[in-house]
Design a protein around this ligand. Structure first.
Ligand code: KDG
Ligand code: MG
Length: 402
């Protein structure tokens, strides 16, 4: 079998998605997600100009060799554009292998380690009361785990909190909007939210929180320590994690579990964090981390050090990544939890999926391959629309982490 052709589909049903479709000479095709929020077109060019021409004529069965060819063969390694492009090829090749062997991808990864994948929902509100009510609505829907983000008095626009009760979508059409941030106000407010959540719902539900790269290590130590009585499942991205050693400081101050890595691209971004057991969950998703092939290595490395997976699953990861993540989550022993931020209804006009949700768990379905398809004619109805994540400034105007 040979790769005969490949094309890239860019579509915007509510938000932009970039999908790679690889065709074989025997009529089987595979899909991969290459969406990089706010930088979509760079990955399109990387694939069309530099990757697809090198794929034609190769045997799609040789997934590892093709991965190494694209990674080592480019000479320029890592980075979100390169690794998202490689991830898309890798996902599509696993999809093809599953279809050729007539089996779901989780079977190729070692089979089921569990029956379903525990997912966490996103709850948010403009204040504590609204957020607590929203968490209750998710618990009523059967979720066992809910992430809670809430408005901060005196801060106009807060990460993870929607305006006018619309569903939360961080990327905004047009050029990047600007938010204003106050760490002081945030730190004073956030423990009160989790105190109220435990008072209302008791000890059983898992609660999570995303600090979204806003704190210094010592501030992260403070928030982790103050949240200890409310035993969170994790706090996420409490500091930007380029400086892996900084997590030593956080660990000295708190036993609140730490999750990190949705912006990581490779095992090298997390090598020290994992080997020194400075984190508890690795969040790098299939699309950011070079596909299933590289994520297998990250998860196996993490397993040795008691670190579990907790894959990113926001709306900018397409249904193809969601499916790939679910197959992966079902198979590895050190699965922790999977993020679920459901796509808008309109996305299902373009993508059809075999995965399902029931009582707090997701299931990838038993279709051969990844179990996702794309309707290219319908995709054309939704052309690309420029959209960016916000930029963040401190109250005095200093540019800060978003
Ligand atoms: O594109 C950026 C989003 O995926 C990110 O802001 C979402 O932090 C996020 C999360 O935890 O889902
Ligand atoms: Mg996050």
């Amino acid at each position: 079998m040979k790769i005969e052709k490949a094309n890239v589909i860019v579509t915007c049903p509510g938000r932009n998605f970039v999908t790679l479709k690889i065709y074989t000479d025997e009529g089987v095709y595979g899909l991969g997600d290459a969406t990089l929020n706010g930088r979509e077109k760079s990955v399109v060019s990387y694939l069309e100009d530099h990757v697809i021409p090198c794929l034609i004529g190769r045997d799609p069965a040789n997934i590892e060799d093709i991965w190494q060819y694209l990674y080592k063969g480019a000479y320029w390694r890592r980075g979100p554009v390169t690794m998202s492009a490689i991830a898309a090829v890798d996902m599509a090749l696993w999809d093809i292998k599953g279809k050729v062997l007539d089996t779901p991808v989780y079977n190729l990864l070692g089979g089921k380690s569990r029956q379903g994948v525990m997912v966490y929902a996103h709850a948010n509100g403009s204040d504590i009361e609204e957020t607590v009510d929203e968490v209750g609505r998710y618990l009523d829907k059967g979720y066992r785990a809910v992430r809670a983000q809430c408005g901060i008095p005196g801060v106009e626009s807060v990460y993870g909190v929607s305006k006018n009760k619309e569903s939360y979508e961080p990327a905004k059409k047009g050029l990047p909007p600007e938010d204003t941030w106050s760490t002081e106000k945030y730190l004073n407010h956030i423990p009160k939210l989790f105190e109220q959540l435990r008072d209302t719902y008791g000890d059983d539900p898992h609660f999570l929180h995303d600090c979204h790269h806003r704190l210094t290590p010592i501030e992260a130590g403070r928030v982790g320590k103050e949240l200890e009585p409310f035993h969170l499942f994790w706090i996420e991205d409490c500091t930007p994690a380029e400086l892996q050693e900084s997590f030593r400081i956080i660990r000295q101050h708190t036993t609140t579990p730490l999750a990190v890595g949705e912006v990581f691209n490779s095992i090298w971004d997390a090598q020290l964090l994992i080997s020194e057991m400075l984190i508890d969950y690795i969040r790098t998703s299939i699309v950011r981390g070079g596909g299933i092939s590289h994520m297998k290595k990250i998860a196996s490395f993490a397993e040795i050090y008691h670190v579990k997976t907790g894959f990113h699953g926001a709306t900018d990861l397409s249904p193809v990544t969601m499916a790939a993540a679910l197959h992966f989550d079902l198979s590895v022993n050190n699965f922790g939890i999977q993020e679920r931020m459901p796509h808008q209804e309109i996305v299902s006009d373009v993508f059809s999926t075999a995965y399902s949700f029931d009582s707090g768990f997701m299931y990838p379905g038993d279709e051969p391959g990844l179990g996702v398809d794309i309707d290219e004619e319908k995709a054309k109805k939704y052309p690309y629309e420029r959209a960016y994540l916000p930029v963040n400034r401190k109250e005095d105007g200093t540019l800060f982490n978003w």
